[in-house]
Write a protein that binds this ligand. Structure first.
Ligand code: SF4
Ligand code: SF4
Length: 165
C-alpha cells in the first residue's frame, strides 16, 4: 500500500496487505490468515489500480516522510506495522503498533517503548490471540507510556477498543 511521496519504498514488503490490518478490498475482508487477493507476497498484482481507501491513503509509519523508525523496522522484517498519531489523550499523541504475525518481536517492541518514553507519547500495541493453532481474529491490547501517565493506561485502552474493535 502506502503513499507515493515517501523517500522510502515498500520494496518486497506486503505486511499491510497480508491480513495484519483489518481492511476490505473490493468487498473482500482481509484478516489474519486471509491476505488481500492481490498480494503476491512480494508486491501487489494490481498496483496501478489499487483502491484509494485503504491502499493509497495508508500512512504506514515506516514509509511516511520523516519517519522516526529506523531502516531495520521495515514492517516485513521487524514484524510490526506502526501507525503514528492514531489518537490523542489529553494532548498526548497515541501511536498504534500492530504485529505482523502473532506478536511484536522483543527488539522492535523495546525500540517502540523507548521511543514512547523519550518522546512522551503513548504506545498502544496488540497481540493476536491464537486458539487451536489458528488466529481467532481477536487481539489482546496493551499500552505503554511515560511513567506519569501510567494511571491513565486502562482508560486509554478502553477508549481505543471502543473506537476500533
Ligand atoms: S507495511 Fe508499509 S512498507 Fe510494508 S507494504 Fe505496507 S506501506 Fe509498504
Ligand atoms: S490491493 Fe494491492 S496494495 Fe491494496 S491491499 Fe491489496 S495487495 Fe495491498
Amino acid at each position: 500500500m502506502g503513499r507515493s511521496d515517501s523517500p522510502r519504498s515498500c520494496q518486497n514488503c506486503t505486511a499491510c496487505c497480508d491480513g495484519w490490518l483489518r481492511i476490505t478490498i473490493q468487498g473482500q475482508a482481509v484478516y489474519p490468515g486471509k491476505k488481500c487477493p492481490f498480494s503476491t507476497g512480494t508486491g501487489c498484482s494490481d498496483y496501478p489500480n489499487r483502491p484509494i481507501q485503504p491502499c493509497r491513503q495508508f500512512d504506514c509509519g515506516w514509509l511516511i516522510k520523516g519517519s522516526p523508525l529506523p531502516d531495520w523496522m521495515r514492517p516485513d522484517t521487524a514484524k510490526v506495522i506502526v501507525l503514528f498519531n492514531e489518537l490523542v489523550f489529553s494532548g498526548i499523541p497515541i501511536d498504534v503498533a500492530v504485529p505482523v504475525g502473532r506478536r511484536i518481536p522483543p527488539r522492535a517492541l523495546q525500540w517502540l517503548k523507548y521511543f514512547a518514553e523519550r518522546e512522551r507519547r503513548v504506545l498502544i500495541y496488540s497481540e493476536q490471540i491464537v486458539a487451536n493453532k489458528s488466529f481467532t481474529g481477536e487481539q489482546s491490547i496493551a499500552a505503554f507510556g511515560p511513567p506519569e501517565l501510567s494511571r491513565f493506561m486502562p482508560e486509554i485502552i478502553e477508549n481505543y477498543i471502543s473506537k476500533n474493535m
